[in-house]
Ligand binder design. Structure first.
Ligand code: IPE
Ligand code: IPE
Ligand code: MG
Length: 251
């Protein structure tokens, strides 16, 4: 067991859960088995996040580009999502997990949308950890939707171009009200962001691991958190400035 320092923990962890298909292929199994095993990792990581006391966890579960996949795989993923939400509701309630979904949710099958809505509604009073699933999510599409929303406000005369600030843009993203991710984890060894959180990731610490998502469990998660705690986040300042500011805080 690793020693984590509570004050140094990230407030928001985002994960690109990748490698389910390869996990299955290595075992001569169908890709769907990989997704099922991946759902077990989701369960374990959500539980661990809540236990450690991290307030925000966002999981990239289905991208806008994933609609390109074979129809049967999309169907199986949707079914799995529905099953997962139903099976996890009790645990979410017991553990104070507030659930939400971001992305072009209206593109998902109606029955999936209904279960999503129900889960959001039932878990809305919960206050411990916010679990966000990014579904039919794309960073560029999110920015496009935000630009449209802002343009409409300008057309209506509610704001002018001079009112466009980082804050206004952030307020019009799907992630309005959420802090930017402090730590991004990507499993399966791929070193790319695949259209995830393009705006939000400006100063996010990135942790890549070759471990495939179905094998990414508690121990691996703790390793990522431990590594995050060792990083020095400078946000454009110098290392000395960061050390100075820290020593002033410590006084
Ligand atoms: C991640 O695993 C799950 C989704 C993108 C839905 P993949 O299905 O992408 O697995 P690989 O990358 O093919 O191994
Ligand atoms: C990224 O994984 C999307 C999710 C994990 C939901 P992909 O497997 O779709 O990414 P690429 O295509 O390898 O970049
Ligand atoms: Mg993949």
């Amino acid at each position: 067991m690793v020693d984590l320092i509570p004050e140094k923990l990230p407030k928001h962890v985002a994960i690109i859960m990748d490698g389910n298909g390869r996990w299955a292929k290595q075992r001569a199994m169908n890709r769907i088995r990989g997704h099922e095993e991946g759902a077990e990792s989701v369960r374990e990581i959500v539980r661990a996040t809540r236990q450690i006391g991290i307030p925000w966890l966002t999981l990239y579960a289905f991208s806008e580009e994933n609609w390109k996949r074979p129809r049967y795989e999309i169907g199986a993923l949707m079914k799995l999502l529905k099953r997962f939400l139903k099976a996890e509701l009790n645990e979410m309630m017991e553990n104070g997990i507030k659930f939400q979904a971001i992305g072009r949710i209206y593109k998902l099958p109606r029955d999936v949308q209904e279960v999503l809505q129900e889960t959001v509604k039932k878990t809305s009073p919960n206050r411990e950890t916010v679990l966000t699933l990014a579904l039919s999510y794309g960073g560029r599409q999110e920015m496009m939707d935000a630009m449209r929303a802002i343009a409409q406000k300008i057309e209506k005369g509610d704001v002018t171009s001079r009112d466009i600030t980082e804050e206004l843009i952030a307020e019009n993203l799907y992630t309005a009200g959420m802090p930017d991710p402090d730590l991004l984890i990507r499993t399966s060894g791929e070193c790319r962001v695949s259209n995830f959180f393009l705006w939000q990731m400006a100063y996010t610490e990135i942790y890549m691991t070759p471990t495939l998502w179905p094998d990414f469990r508690r121990e691996e998660y703790f390793k990522a958190l431990e590594e995050y705690e060792r990083r020095e986040r400078r946000f454009g300042a110098t290392g000395d400035q960061v050390a100075d500011a820290k020593s002033r805080w410590d006084l």
